[in-house]
Design a protein around this ligand. Sequence first.
Ligand code: NAP
Ligand code: F7E
Length: 348
Amino acid sequence: MAKRALITGITGQDGAYLARRLTDEGYQVHGAYRRSASLTTWRLKEIGVLDDIQFEPFELAEYNNILRTLDRVQPDEVYNLAAQSFVGISFEQPLYTSDIDGIGVARLLEAIRCVDPKMKMYQASTSEMFGKVQAVPQTETTPFYPRSPYGVAKLYAHWMSVNYRESHDMYTVSGILFNHESPLRGLEFVTRKITSSLARIHHDGKGEMQLGNLDAERDWGFAGDYMNAAYLMMQQETPQDFVIASGRTHSVRDFVNAAASALDMSIEWEGSAEKEVGRNQKTGEVVVRVNPKFWRPAEVEQLLGDPSRARKSLNWNPEVNFEQLVEKMVLADVKNVEAGLLPSRTLE
Ligand code: NAP
Ligand code: F7E
């Protein structure tokens, strides 16, 4: 009989890639979505799995709904990808973020324990738990120091996952995933903001984008590779937590340069802090401007992960490197602009 998986956060970026991975593996995939005025199915459609998913109305704030969903679906594996995932907004909505990303995970763990503690659970942990980093590079044993309400909530969830494994002998694993991106990334995250904005500027021959901290450095990888790692973590004999990262770090400015170069554009930088601008070398026009509105009250300056454990124990081999990732995203957004698929105004 086909294995059954429940993916929470099915409408998000990772939900789509994981659904693809699991359907390819022959799983019956149940996608837990939260009710909204217009259900976001474009990612599942884009990746070709929309018709393969059985949808389950689901809300992490609602314990009895979680309980009934698990009881009805009886999944072998639960992948908890649902979260308020935008770090920036978590400073404005700290209580909501704590409830969904922190207590929501406690609700899910507790519901699994009640319905059937043999169900395996994957928790979407994050490199944001390292925050003000205590060692470089970061591994599974690096101490945590979160710098945002998002990071703090995720750290609580991470330890709850560890605690249920140790207290109740449950199969819970936390994937400590560093930033992973794709053409299916939300437009508010910096990578997609850059690729979509530059694609539009290139198409229109004019325009500029506003960014925050250009010096922030992130370890960026491809979401498809990272969801493969999540699947592999759930197939191990013994549950264990893993860092998933590329092992390379780049600044936001580096990302802009790489994206521009994929469009045959070269950026010249001048000025510093909020006065810094990036000009199109050919035309001299400003295409990037710094807007302090996008600075965060507390920033994670640099992240760099060491994925050695995953490479060795999971035999995990990512297929897309930084340069390929940037090019993939830029080319997809060029097509999106040409097809009129990008909103002319995005809420950042
Ligand atoms: P995403 O695109 O923002 O997707 C988040 C998903 O969670 C969406 O499907 C969203 O539904 C759902 N959701 C939000 N609040 C919910 C609630 N109260 N109840 C039920 N569902 C809810 O995020 P992602 O990039 O795919 O990330 C997946 C997970 O990995 C998240 O937990 C994120 O925090 C974590 N993570 C991401 C990264 C990364 O770089 N992408 C790195 C480390 C960890 P709607 O469509 O209705 O909004
Ligand atoms: O910011 C800087 C910003 O919003 C990356 C989530 O998936 O990864 C993600 O969180 C960096 C930060 O992602 C803008 O200050 C500059 O330093 O793309 P981001 P994030 O905060 O790293 C982690 C691992 C997760 O777990 C999260 O769920 O870029 N930055 N200028 C900007 N960021 C944004 N969004 N917009 C700007 O204009």
